[in-house]
Design a protein around this ligand. Structure first.
Ligand SMILES: Nc1ncnc2c1ncn2[C@@H]1O[C@H](COP(=O)(O)OP(=O)(O)OP(=O)(O)O)[C@@H](O)[C@H]1O
Ligand SMILES: [Mg+2]
Length: 372
């Protein structure tokens, strides 16, 4: 075993000052599973916990009592589950979160205009970064209610863990982009405001732009921005508040990674970015590791495999063990390399379980592994 600092997950879950835990990582590494397992454990240890999941597998959602996509947390109440605290869970409905935000901040008439606008419909569902942005919006809302003392946040699937940190900037650049500002900004600011352009009739500029992005889209975008204008300040203000929450001492980021070169390299970048953004990192979860099950070296196992006669099963088991030892050693080397590069980052290992994690028992098991 390399000498890494162990991440004390229970201390993190029990600390009353710990209010938000964000599980990040690249695609498919176990963010949703980790978030749900931490939430379950925190609730069983007595905290009022809510977990915000993103697109959980159907069976996992069912295990949490999330049968339909609700955009509000529900208390997990299933037989045999009697936590000391409480566990609430929700799945993020990105579109509904965006729509609700518009309704709350744009006023009824404007809201309807916006919601019907094709440009809005595109931005709200398919713009890359919207899901991350809405997850943060939802986190802000949950934190504002003060109903839970611990909020655990899962993050959207993305190619890179960094997408999560880049998303808000990307989205606000899209909404605040030069092009759109140019189109809709007040003429007196020196730009070719669309209002001005429109009132000035067909200028070369408007023609050029509508040729490039399409006349209807231009009209939609402009209508969108005019309606959006009024809530844009609020939009940015809340994004700023949430960013502040993410930087506060009550927040901890957990980076989830597979014990593989690409995933760990990715995790390294992410750790550096978090430090650069002054966001508090609690540690790395190396998920789906393959610890060895018996204290027998690969060489010993192979030697034994050579020497057994007329015992094909024993031989197969020994060879399997040798493979497993080789894999474990490789993982240990990779994790040791990560730790050498980031000695300050505590680490915990969660072995690969035999099957998928889709019920409370499985989550509880992951919770135990996270802490041992
Ligand atoms: N330690 C583990 N042992 C066995 N299976 C695991 C483990 N961790 C996660 N899984 C399984 O791996 C799959 C992917 O996990 P999960 O959905 O948590 O990943 P994710 O990072 O949230 O993925 P995405 O980026 O797509 O959201 C799930 O089927 C889950 O049950
Ligand atoms: Mg997920």
């Amino acid at each position: 075993m390399p000498a890494d600092t162990t991440l004390d997950v229970d201390a993190l879950l029990d600390d009353p000052d710990s209010r938000v835990i964000v599980c990040c990582g690249s695609g498919g590494v176990g963010k949703t599973t980790t978030a749900a397992a931490l939430a379950l454990r925190a609730a069983e240890r007595g905290r009022q916990t809510v977990v915000l999941t993103i697109d959980p597998a159907r069976r996992l959602a069912q295990a949490l009592g999330l049968r339909e996509l609700g955009n509000q947390p529900r208390q997990v109440q299933v037989e045999g589950f009697e936590p000391k605290g409480e566990l609430w869970a929700m799945m993020l409905d990105m579109r509904r979160t965006f729509d609700d935000m518009v309704r709350v901040h744009a006023g009824p008439e404007r809201a309807e205009q916006l919601l019907q606008n094709p440009f809005y419909q595109t931005i709200s569902t398919s713009f890359s970064g919207t899901q991350e942005y809405m997850a943060m919006e939802k986190l802000g809302q949950l934190a504002a209610t003060d109903e839970w003392d611990l909020i655990i946040v899962d993050t959207p699937p993305s190619r890179s863990a960094l997408d999560f940190l880049d998303a808000p900037t990307r989205l606000s650049t899209a909404l605040d982009g030069r092009m759109i500002r140019l189109l809709t900004g007040p003429a007196k600011a020196g730009g070719w405001g669309l209002r001005k352009v429109v009132s000035a009739g067909f200028s070369m500029f408007a023609k050029a732009v509508s040729t490039i992005i399409g006349g209807q889209l231009l009209a939609d975008a402009s209508a969108f921005m005019q309606a959006f204008d009024s809530m844009f300040g609020g939009f940015r203000e809340r994004a700023r508040k949430t960013a502040e929450l993410l930087r506060s001492s009550g927040t901890s980021f957990l980076v989830v990674a597979a014990p593989e070169p690409d995933a760990l390299r990715e995790a390294s970048y992410f750790v550096e970015r978090l430090a650069g953004e002054s966001m508090p990192l609690a540690g790395l979860v190396a998920n789906r590791t393959h610890p060895v099950l018996a204290p027998l070296s690969a060489t010993e196992a192979l030697t034994a495999a050579e020497s057994v006669q007329n015992a094909p099963l024993a031989e197969a088991v020994l060879r399997l063990h040798a493979d497993r030892v080789a894999l474990a050693e490789r993982e240990n080397r990779l994790l040791a390399r990560f730790t050498r590069a980031h000695p300050e980052v505590p680490l915990t290992r969660v072995p690969a379980l035999a099957g998928d994690v889709h019920d409370l028992e499985g989550l509880r098991d992951i919770g135990v592994k996270l802490t041992s």
